[in-house]
Design a binder for this molecule. Sequence first.
Ligand code: SF4
Length: 434
Amino acid sequence: MVRRRSETVQVGNIAIGGNNPIVIQSMTNTDTLDTFATVEQTKRLADLGCQIVRITASDEKTANNLYEIKNQLIKQSYNIPLVADIHFNPKAAEISASLVEKIRINPGNYVDKTWSEDFTWQQYRDILKKAQDKLFPLVEICKQHSTAIRIGVNHGSLSKRILFKYGNTPIAMAESAMEFLRMFDEMNFRNIVVSMKASNVKVMYEANKLLVAKMEEENISLPIHLGVTEAGNGQDGRVKSICGIGALLSQGIGDTVRVSLTEDPEQEIPVAKALANSFKDIYPSSCEEYSPQEKEIRKIALASVSLMQKETETLQWEDEALAQEVMQATGTKVFKTEFIACPSCGRTKYDIQTALNRVKEKCSHLAGLKIAVMGCIVNGPGEMNDADYGYIGCGNGLVNLYRKGKLVYNSVKEETALDKLILMIKQDNNWKDR
Ligand code: SF4
């Protein structure tokens, strides 16, 4: 297997793609306005080997504070490139573009969300033209400051026009990125990295393969950022990430990775480093020998490919629990409850790590259910996607509870939220005693 050929994109002092080693990324989960906490967490991540750190810039005020964060880091000799994470606010993107090395935008919610079933193809083209006009000032700032852009497509937040045309599918994700790639190409801007993330490993895998095929068709060879989003915590989160990211790396696809865990972001780095070092036959690595952990990751990644490509239907491993984890992560067989949980970020207003552990403790025996625990009500409801139940922090000590994407309980105190979630599961006859 050989590495997919890609251009090199420079993000500050770090090169992504080309013949460069896989770049390790993570994201802070501190309040971006808390400069000290964000700087300290970024430093800890850098010390562990993280090479690029993403920080939430949800509005103009937080975007402006990136200046202070960057300054503090440089004063303390940390020249690590920063990425501003933008969801809805073009102004925050434009401010950030002159302050940090990279901007991440989500094509699903960054510009025009209008769509109606009656729209014509001409109206579709008009919407894209409007989107391009909105992107133009950002591109100009990026060109002026050599700032890179990540087109970060998320399965849970595709635009209405894309959903209408392609449904909630891997092809919709790839098309969502291609819409923006074509716009950037027309503006003569290629300082771009692309990502296709989903909490469903198979969807993430297929979306990336489709993206590669589509880029090849249109003679585009930009680097790819890999991640399984809302993977959760512990062994579940690690296995899901290895199955999705590892499967693609084993085929030479991917140039930079983030392992998203609902744990302190520092915990993500050893897993990401091991993943990056597990494919030394394809990617440059600092050591030649495979560690036992890297051998295990290769085994999981290759099994994951076989399962997702339906070359095999089961895994007969001595470690039966691990085999079951891999089969569940790839959607081959269901053995237990699936938990979808975001890693949290500067938008999170409650202790999601404790919340996830409490929900898992009570509900992990309910095989066949998907339960989401998310950090914020701005992106959480969309990104928890097809979960049966959702538990989302909506303010200090308060939780919203959802059934099949519909809000059932609003602003419940955290002390009673888990009982109410269990009550909903019982009302639906989905509860079983252990
Ligand atoms: S869903 Fe989680 S990771 Fe995504 S924006 Fe909200 S808090 Fe941040």
